[in-house]
Design a binder for this molecule. Structure first.
Ligand code: ATP
Ligand code: MG
Length: 776
């Protein structure tokens, strides 16, 4: 009988054990012994031995022509001895694992300096030795868990006995199912296998919510590709006179056909390495598609999607601090069992209120990492504290655990058993109410939240020129626990910060009611359910998604406003022109699809105005424009965008009344990284330098962003929304009339729409004005 490897068993804090081989947790030593003698463990041990033996007599083969059948490879290697099996990479057919009968045959194969098949030179290497990982076969359809609808969630929650039970239930309902966890493990193993072949010595390490204890079914898979060893292997292989000490004997980074012969990892830029990774993913990882290097993010990544499960993920290469903060979050979840339910509930609440989430890795919302830190900070500041501060954790760490990552102190204990249990006895129901209470009046802009110290710090300590932890201050200041110069919520704008406070206030008020605290005996909704109801859509539309365009826009002098207000016809023509400008900006400048809805807008009706009427109105308009203080500087620049788009032709549907609606969608994130692309374009085209801020330049910027985002046009729109423009009277004391634009995203995209809207608020009025000045 096989004996278990000692590394299979891991001791858990409260006397329990976990068998790493079988993913089984048991409560005590006798149960562990039972498990180790049991069928499952024995079967997996046998399987491990078989796999390891297979591995030790297999070679990794690449370089053959695509589509080469397994039988041809088998025939070829038969010349050296018996071939036991050939496993082709199913998806792309670019590599194969050839298992030979025994190690003698393997040695013969490896002794051959050059292999070729069908005129192609083959690359033949021994297989990398990997740890055996048990991944039981996935049951059909079990990887994708049905998304829980808000109705089903409410139904489940209402059945719980109290708020504490509701909060624990949230974790059970949202955390990964066994099959989802397995799918992720499987994918990580697959990536590891492929990357090891192309980047010898590399390691692929998951971080973020897949492993930090805040897993939510369907969340993205964040991966870090550690190339440090590969780089040193490459360096030692390149040094001509150096002995190969420390380098893996199997690593051949110099051979012509090694992917590493194309790149010097020590001097390559991050974009170059990421492009290479993207190529490996595209060509060699089965089941992966939509691979795309995103280079303009704070942390550049390669994005991918797993075809069968729809799982999305990122690979980054310079994100060691994230591995560290992932371990820290995990430690916090292990330190106190109230951490997970509280974070799950706050995250869900914030998502429903469109305050937080990771829509596209940007925008003015708090991201899930920042929101989680806020909850942890809250727990550090309870009296007595639920969690220790990061400084206290450092004190508790032993010598081995003292580490510095990218110059920042990341020392904290590995094991939660080193921490003292908290003396705080508050229940979940009251902790949640207190969370809202603490932040309803919090001065986010006036201080810096520090998890290292477990207290708020004055802004002054970050302003002095000597401060080595200078961080970007803004309306919401939340210092990263390790990278002390990083404000993790630097992206949050004032509006979101204020809304966060307002929503906390509403929630705190609700938490004081009996409806929150007690289960309804009459079958009404109670507890968390009311809290999770999305923010009133009306309220979102009135304070969130409105842009006002004054009718004085472009070339209408203020003194003529009164005239505009009186002259109904002219007012309508002006409205039409603004509508054309809006449609033009959305469609031609931002590349959105943008369809006028039929309701109330008929081309024929617009056309029924007599030629004479049109001319009269045009004449009045000219008169008004002549009085404008704003120069019509680009007037001669007609057709700046395309010769076909000539001046003053209102060739779309026109409003006949004083409102107009469009159904819109966007395929690309044209609002992200515009400044960078603008710089790029200006650098390459002198003509464009002169046209700074012009419709032409902006259209080119959108075009380039769309191109950079993906070679293939996505079929699913990123965002869908309607825009309704309406002539309204401005508030008293302001100029007479304006066009009120209200944007309504499809309900489930309210949060994701925020960042696009934030961009449109500034961009749209500028562009419509440009349009009116230069083209209307
Ligand atoms: P989810 O994907 O479920 O929204 P997440 O925690 O995985 O949650 P991501 O945005 O995917 O969030 O980020 C992955 C990880 O990257 C985080 O868990 C954190 O470790 C790190 N990270 C994200 N944003 C920041 C940031 N602003 N500063 C520092 N580290 C960050
Ligand atoms: Mg993530």
């Amino acid at each position: 009988m096989e004996s278990s490897e000692p590394s299979d068993v891991e001791s858990l804090p409260r006397g329990g054990f976990r068998c790493r081989l079988c993913h089984v947790t048991v409560a005590n030593k006798p149960s562990l012994d039972d498990h180790l003698r049991g069928k499952k463990h024995q079967r997996l041990e046998n399987l491990r031995t078989v796999r390891q033996t297979q591995e030790s007599r297999s070679v990794f083969v690449s370089g053959f022509r695509k589509g080469t059948p397994a039988s041809e490879l088998s025939d070829y290697f038969q010349a050296y001895g018996e071939v036991a099996n050939v496993v082709m990479d199913k998806d792309k057919g670019v590599y194969a694992i050839v298992e030979l009968q025994n190690e003698e045959v393997l040695e013969k194969v490896l002794a051959e300096p050059q292999h070729s098949l069908g005129g192609q030179r083959l690359r033949v290497k021994p297989r990398e030795k990997k740890d055996f990982k048990y991944n039981p076969p996935r049951k059909q359809g079990s990887a994708k868990r049905e998304q829980l609808s808000p109705e089903k969630l409410a139904e489940n929650l209402c059945q719980a006995d109290d708020v504490d039970a509701q909060m624990s239930l949230m974790v059970q309902l949202f955390e990964f199912s066994e099959s989802e966890r397995r799918l992720r493990d499987l994918l990580v193993t697959l990536f590891q296998e492929v990357f090891l072949e192309f980047f010898p010595g590399s390691a692929i390490l998951p971080f973020g919510s897949s492993v930090n204890g805040f897993d939510v079914c369907g969340c993205d898979l964040d991966l870090f590709l550690d190339l440090e060893k590969t780089q040193s292997f490459q360096a030692s292989a390149k040094a001509p006179n150096m002995t190969q000490e420390g380098a893996s004997p199997e690593v051949d980074t110099r051979s012509e056909d090694s992917i590493l012969s194309d790149i010097d990892l020590a001097s390559a830029t991050v974009p170059e390495v990421l492009e290479l990774i993207a190529t490996v993913l595209r060509k060699c990882v089965p089941g992966v598609h939509n691979v795309q290097a995103v280079l303009n993010a704070r942390r550049p990544v390669v994005k991918f999607c797993h075809k069968e499960s729809g799982l999305r993920g990122d690979i980054s290469i310079n994100n060691r601090l994230a591995l560290c903060n992932t371990r820290f979050l995990q430690l916090c979840t292990e330190a106190d069992e109230r951490v997970r339910p509280l974070v799950y509930v706050v995250r869900y609440w914030a998502k429903q209120q469109a305050l937080a989430g990771n829509p596209f890795g940007g925008g003015p919302l708090l991201n899930n990492y920042a929101l989680t830190l806020l909850v942890l900070f809250f727990l550090q500041t309870r009296s007595p504290p639920v969690l220790p501060t990061v400084s206290q954790l450092k004190e508790l760490s032993n010598e081995e655990e003292q580490t510095t990552v990218d110059g920042w102190d990341c020392s904290f204990p590995k094991d939660s058993a080193q921490l003292n249990p908290s003396a705080n006895k508050e229940n979940l129901c009251s902790l949640l109410a207190e969370f809202f209470h603490v932040f309803e009046d919090y001065d986010f802009a006036g201080c810096v939240i520090s998890l290292r110290e477990g207290q708020q710090l004055p802004l002054s300590s970050f302003l002095s020129s000597e401060a080595d932890n200078k961080l970007k201050l803004g309306p919401f200041n939340l210092q990263d626990p390790f990278e002390l110069s990083h404000n993790v919520s630097a992206n949050v704008n004032e509006k979101t910060a204020l809304r966060f406070q307002r929503c906390c206030r509403d929630a705190a008020k609700y938490c004081r009611s009996l409806q929150y605290q007690r289960k309804s005996t009459k079958g009404k909704i109670w507890g968390l359910v009311r809290l999770f109801q999305p923010g009133n859509p009306e309220a979102l539309a009135t304070d969130g998604f409105i842009v006002n365009l004054p009718l004085t826009l472009a070339a209408v002098p203020p003194q003529s406003c009164e005239l505009l207000n009186q002259a109904g016809d002219m007012r309508q023509l002006w409205f039409q022109k603004i509508c054309t400008g809006i449609a033009f900006t959305l469609r031609d400048v931002l590349r959105c699809s943008c369809l006028e809805t039929a309701q109330g807008f008929e081309e024929e009706q617009a056309a029924t105005r007599s030629q004479q009427q049109e001319e009269q109105i045009e004449a009045k308009m000219k008169l008004l424009s002549a009085g404008s203080k704003r120069p019509l500087e680009n007037d001669e620049g007609e057709g700046v965008l395309s010769p076909s788009a000539k001046k003053s032709r209102i060739d779309t549907f026109l409003p006949t009344g004083e409102s107009m609606t469009w159904d819109c969608s966007t395929l690309h994130r044209v609002w992200l990284g515009r400044r960078r692309v603008r710089r790029q374009l200006r650098g390459t085209d002198l003509d464009l330098t002169e046209k700074a801020g012009s419709l032409e330049l902006e259209a080119k910027v959108s075009e380039l962003i769309s191109k950079q985002e993906g070679e293939t046009t996505p079929t699913e729109p990123l965002l869908q929304f309607t825009v309704c423009a309406r002539v309204t009277e401005a508030a008293s004391g302001k100029q007479g009339t304006c066009v009120r634009l209200s944007f309504t995203p499809v309900p489930e995209q309210a949060a994701a729409f925020q960042e696009f809207f934030h961009f449109l608020q500034g961009f749209l009025p500028r562009m419509v004005e440009q349009y009116l000045v230069t083209r209307a």
